[in-house]
Design a protein around this ligand. Sequence first.
Ligand code: PMV
Length: 365
Amino acid sequence: MKTFEKKIRQSASQHLDGKPAVTQGHVGWESPSNIAIVKYWGKYPGQVPANASLSMTLRESVTRTMMDFYFSEKRKKPGVDFEFHGAAHQGFARRIEKYLTGLSGFMPWISHTKFTIRSENTFPHSSGIASSASAMSALAACLCEIDEQMFGKDPAIEFEQKASFFARLGSGSAARSIYGRMAEWGITASCGDSSDEYAIPLPELHPDFFGLKDSILIITTGEKEVSSSLGHDLMRSNPYAKLRFEAAEENMQRLCNVMRNGDLGQFIDIMENEALSLHAMMMTSSPGYLLMKPGTLEAISRIRKFRAQTGLAIGFTLDAGANVHIIYPGQQEAAITNFIASDLEELCEEKTIIHDGMGMGPRKL
Ligand code: PMV
């Protein structure tokens, strides 16, 4: 068993016979999405990443989750009523129920609890912003808070570490949303305290990276043809997988240096290499698939041309979808938002662009 998991199980076993200090109440957390610069793509059983990843935490694209809980010894499995933007959502309720059942091994009180959950996102569904990262990290933070209300704080376990551990079990990338600015998840030689079990805040970040912007071009709002979980699975038989995991580790080492010394040019170089490598893995999977659209390629080409002409620090990254994240320093905001409006807006579905940027992590409501 992994080290942190053992610690969590030991902590939970101490209050197996004890009664919770509170049996009902209400908690609420807001948690952001994030955009990976070095991508997590491919995993082993138990949500263990095949390579380490590093992401920027967003500020505006958040999930707000309010949770009422009612504990009763008589109840034997978790119950969930779930509303998304004010409407009952059976599909999400079932997914959360499954997630909670999985977590009851770590927090046995979950099996005896009825949850009424209301959740909303500040960004549109299918916008290419990872809603699972913000949603699962908000849920995990709520559960950790209830756990502390019921049984007190375990001084041996940090709230954030525990929330990141539980968020990861819902969605790998959600582990990173627990920390502000930049977060790292997965064992890598470039970060001493890195872990596969939870994310950590990037230990050293040059101030030139503070306040980075992310303008997201919504090329399409259509559902992805291939889900991320299937994409991760297909990496198991991808003939380039081993090379990809090695390249990701090299990029992690280069990027961690760059994040320390503030070299924006190198940052963009690594980020774009990662985005294209992620999509190359999709194309070389079996069956191969393409999530980029003609608008994605046109946007990339125009961004690179604008960079060559102006010398401005502007680069792109892609998530597992067609939408394009444009990353640039806050000082260049005026010039770059003008360029986006004049040259890129026409490539977007209904001219939709979401202007976001680096955020400071989850917030208690
Ligand atoms: O967390 P998941 O299982 O939805 O996978 C996320 C994968 C990418 O978004 C493509 C990359 C990443 O590291 O966030």
